[in-house]
Write a protein that binds this ligand. Structure first.
Ligand SMILES: C[S@@+](CC[C@H](N)C(=O)[O-])C[C@H]1O[C@@H](n2cnc3c(N)ncnc32)[C@H](O)[C@@H]1O
Length: 211
């Protein structure tokens, strides 16, 4: 069983890699049924400067990046993910494009030197970060241009203990800790919670500006 308090980064990464080795193959075909709000999040992104720089942390199979290509055809898009299996699927979506750069790394642990971004997107990746979540949010803030935006969609919580535990097995922390943290570090532009499957769990979308 995976503990979200992962102090041993290597074994955590190994476990995530193993999980996605199989799940990457069925990811795009299955996740529409429970990773709700991803398209709505991208629809809510405010106007950005011309040639914006956009990063997705935990870009997975590149679903969001490929939609962002159409929304921001002149943007520089960067996706970071720790799973090589997920990035392999993503690569196939951008074979004919030099607009998207994919990097295999663990955000928050690996030393990644990148130019600041106008927008950083986290779509169902922040609930996979363990105890150092506040450090990761500070790192995201440091990686934004002044007045840059963060856009997050993720699980919030569930009233059912068995479900929270099941999600923990799948590397996801459903303790409802993210929205308060995001509100602490960013000026909210959009902050919404919604129920999924009649309240089995709730998820949120948040767009905030670095002030
Ligand atoms: C649930 S998937 C979401 C993928 C994609 N963002 C989407 O919305 O379809 C979460 C992804 O985040 C990646 N991930 C989790 N923690 C990460 C970290 N600290 N650094 C980079 N990637 C991470 C996982 O490998 C996985 O591909």
């Amino acid at each position: 069983m995976m503990d979200t308090e992962h102090t041993d980064s290597d074994s955590y990464n190994g476990s995530v890699e193993k999980y996605y080795r199989f799940h990457s193959l069925i990811y795009d075909a299955t996740r529409w049924s429970f990773l709700f709000g991803r398209d709505d999040l991208l629809d809510g992104i405010p106007d950005l400067s011309s040639k914006p720089r956009i990063l997705e942390i935990g870009c997975g199979t590149g679903k969001n990046l490929s939609r962002l290509q159409y929304y921001f055809p002149d943007a520089d898009l960067v996706g970071i993910d720790l799973s090589s299996a997920m990035l392999e699927v993503a690569k196939n979506k951008f074979i004919d494009s030099n607009q998207v750069k994919l990097i295999q790394a663990e955000y928050g642990a690996d030393d990644i030197q990148l130019e600041p971004f106008d927008l950083i997107i986290c779509s169902y990746s922040l609930t996979m970060v363990g105890d150092n979540i506040e450090d990761v949010i500070v790192q995201i803030t440091d990686g934004l241009n002044p007045h840059g935006y963060i856009a997050v969609v993720d699980f919030n919580t569930s009233p059912f203990g068995w479900f929270r535990q099941w999600m923990e097995v799948n590397h996801v922390d459903l303790s409802g800790h993210l929205l308060p943290l995001l509100n602490k570090y960013y000026r909210p532009v959009i902050s919404e919670k919604n129920d999924a499957y009649w309240g089995l769990w709730s998820y949120f979308t948040f767009i905030g500006q670095h002030s």
